[in-house]
Design a protein around this ligand. Structure first.
Ligand code: GA4
Length: 332
């Protein structure tokens, strides 16, 4: 059940609202789970998954490799950069001047590409690739399970409509490892508790994810926020045992706007580093994105024109992080 606690607090010009976010328990009865997923994706475009089945050791192996990489001196990390958009990036996001208090490593999820990149990332490339491959396989399975359940809940007759795109060998899915450094606090500054957000900085600015579905896992440091109403931000409490899932632009387009691609951002306000790993499930570049007949009706006409993922991705990279992009693909 989703309980809304309306307790807005002003932070600058924005409001923060404590809210209980939807939780999907994958050990529950299947038809019930598919209903909860659809409701969460319609109302929030966002939910938490528990009992997800991704083995803890698979997660910890990748976390250890990520920590090892981010602890290297900058000059060594830069061997894996600059992000083009794959590779190591520090503070610069995209190609149009966006910046944030973050460093990251973005990888294509194809094992061959991972093997090649690993040589610039680690002095034990096979250990690094094996940690990434193990994580990607497990998380891709979870993404597909969630998308199959979504198709069931939406009563889409082609149940593997979404999953097929992510399972395709040419899928453009990516894995992103993020490191948000701790905030620098003056020793006299007592007001640095997370609750005050006094020293918060933007780690990764407001945006929606262009892909189909994102699965995010972070350590026990908070910072993620979602927005379902303009100017109102809902803090997402950290939970290293769970995955946070968000609907991406492609799923919004393929459901003809029924499921919503949620705007989110990451702030840094902690004395501890925040580490997150995000799997972005994406279609192959040439895949045609269009809503299936079940998502369109006389009283719900097609909102978007058909397009390819390559076309959409190119548009996303031509714009700023916070820009809305799906509007540019509206049907006339
Ligand atoms: C947001 C989701 C993923 O992190 C990402 C990001 C990408 C990048 O950082 O290179 C983008 C951003 C993301 C959205 C719009 C474009 C592309 C930066 C940017 C300004 C890797 C992705 O696919 O889109």
């Amino acid at each position: 059940m989703v309980v809304v606690v309306p307790s807005p607090t002003a932070v600058g010009n924005e409001k923060l609202r404590a809210m209980e976010l939807p939780v999907v328990d994958l050990s529950a009865e299947r038809s019930e789970v598919s209903k909860v997923i659809v409701k969460a994706c319609e109302e929030y475009g966002f939910f938490k998954v528990v009992n997800h089945g991704v083995p803890q050791d698979v997660i910890l192996k990748l976390e250890e490799q990520a920590l090892r990489f981010f602890s290297l001196p900058l000059s060594e990390k830069q061997r894996a950069g600059p992000a083009d958009p794959l590779g190591y990036g520090c503070k610069n996001i995209g190609f149009n001047g966006d910046t944030g208090e973050v460093e990251y490593l973005t990888l294509n999820t194809n094992p061959l590409s991972i093997a090649q990149r690993s040589t610039t990332i680690s002095n034990n490339p096979s250990k690094f690739s094996s940690a990434v491959n193990g994580y990607v396989e497990a998380v891709r399975e979870l993404a597909c399970e969630l998308l199959d359940l979504t198709a069931e809940g939406l009563l889409v007759s082609d149940r593997s409509l979404f999953t097929r795109l992510i399972r395709d060998v040419d899928s453009d899915s990516i894995l992103r490892l993020n490191h948000y450094p701790p905030i620098q606090v003056d020793s006299n500054d007592r007001d640095s508790s997370p609750s005050s957000y006094a020293n918060s900085k933007v780690g990764f600015g407001a945006h929606s994810d262009p892909q189909i579905l994102t699965l995010l896992r972070s350590n026990d440091v908070g910072g993620l926020q979602i927005s379902i109403e303009d100017g109102v931000w809902i803090p997402v409490p950290p939970d290293p045992t769970a995955f946070w899932v968000n609907v991406g632009d492609m799923l919004q387009a393929m459901t003809n706007g029924r499921l919503v691609s949620v705007r989110h951002r990451a702030l840094t306000y902690s004395r501890k580093s925040r580490m997150s790993m995000a799997f972005f499930g994406a279609p192959p570049l040439q895949a045609r994105i269009a809503a299936p007949p079940e998502m369109v009706a006389p009283n719900r006409l097609s909102l978007y024109r058909p397009f390819t993922w390559a076309e959409y991705k190119k548009t996303a990279y031509s714009l700023r992080l916070e820009d809305t992009r799906l509007d540019l693909f509206m049907a006339c």
